[in-house]
Design a binder for this molecule. Structure first.
Ligand code: ADP
Ligand code: ADP
Length: 236
């Protein structure tokens, strides 16, 4: 019942090794925190799982299917969604257009404008914004929002996309502790409600232990340890 199976993936940039023959499996519904120092390979791993970058060798299976064979954009978007550090939001557009882009497939933002003509899509976007606590920002220009609010818009877009697997690269980096806890709480609660699987990179072991079920620590592109949170000792 593994939703993700990573088999000996490696990736290098010129002489730098980013991932070194990494293998692990993730079961449906697990909440995995990826920790490790800067340069450990967390971003590379998440981007590889999102099919944004291709590993030099090895394979990734999603629900038993080779990720390389899931070429249909729509199918892929139903399986995997990612929140990246730069959020990939379009600042000039209203919040609701960015949220509706979560339904995007081939037509992207054009589709998000068309979507607004359909009351049902509009309602989906508005309720996603309610769930992340931004109902009053629906028609605000996205660039006017604070960093923390934009992070929530990215989360709302993911709620609309409803992928089976949520990947998050430092979703709370550069947020103050209260906001960070709020985002992690919202992300993990909603994912649990939907039975989604989450893999998120984090700088804080403290947050990893509080909101996730399993910790994978990377160092130099290798797995240093892989433990259920209850087995992680306090010294960490
Ligand atoms: P993180 O915040 O996860 O540590 P980095 O700041 O290391 O991520 O990297 C941010 C982006 O910059 C990555 O997506 C990566 O593609 C790129 N990058 C990282 N290191 C290098 C490098 N040595 N040369 C070129 N690009 C890099
Ligand atoms: P992390 O997210 O844990 O900080 P990264 O995946 O960003 O780690 O980086 C892993 C290693 O690969 C680092 O040594 C980084 O400098 C290198 N790296 C990442 N992206 C690039 C890139 N585009 N070009 C060159 N080196 C890179």
């Amino acid at each position: 019942n593994n939703i993700i199976e990573v088999n000996q993936i490696s990736k290098h940039y010129e002489r730098k090794i980013a991932l070194s023959s990494l293998s692990f499996v993730v079961e449906k519904g697990e909440m995995v925190a990826l920790i490790g120092p800067s340069g450990a390979g967390k971003t590379t791993l998440l981007n590889t799982l999102a099919a944004i970058i291709e590993p030099d060798s090895g394979e990734i299976l999603i629900d038993g299917l080779d990720l390389r064979k899931i070429t249909n954009q729509k199918t892929r978007a139903r399986k995997i969604g990612i929140i990246r550090q730069q959020f990939d939001l379009v600042g000039q557009l209203a919040v609701i257009h960015n949220v509706l882009a979560g339904r995007l497939s081939e037509w992207g933002f054009v589709k998000s404008f068309i979507s607004l003509l359909f009351p049902q899509d509009k309602q989906t976007a508005i309720s996603a914004l309610e769930r992340v606590g931004l109902p009053d920002k629906t028609y605000e220009r996205t660039s006017k929002l604070s960093g923390g609010e934009q992070q929530r818009v990215a989360l709302a877009r993911l709620l609309v996309q409803r992928p089976e697997i949520i990947l998050a690269d430092e979703p709370v980096a550069s947020l103050d502790p209260a906001r960070a806890e709020d985002i992690l709480e919202t992300l993990t609660r909603l994912a649990r409600e939907e039975g989604q699987t989450v893999i998120a990179s984090l700088h804080s072991v403290e947050y990893a232990k509080r909101y996730f079920t399993r910790l994978i620590a990377l160092k130099n592109g290798e797995i240093l340890f892989d433990l259920p949170v209850e087995k992680v000792t306090d010294e960490l």
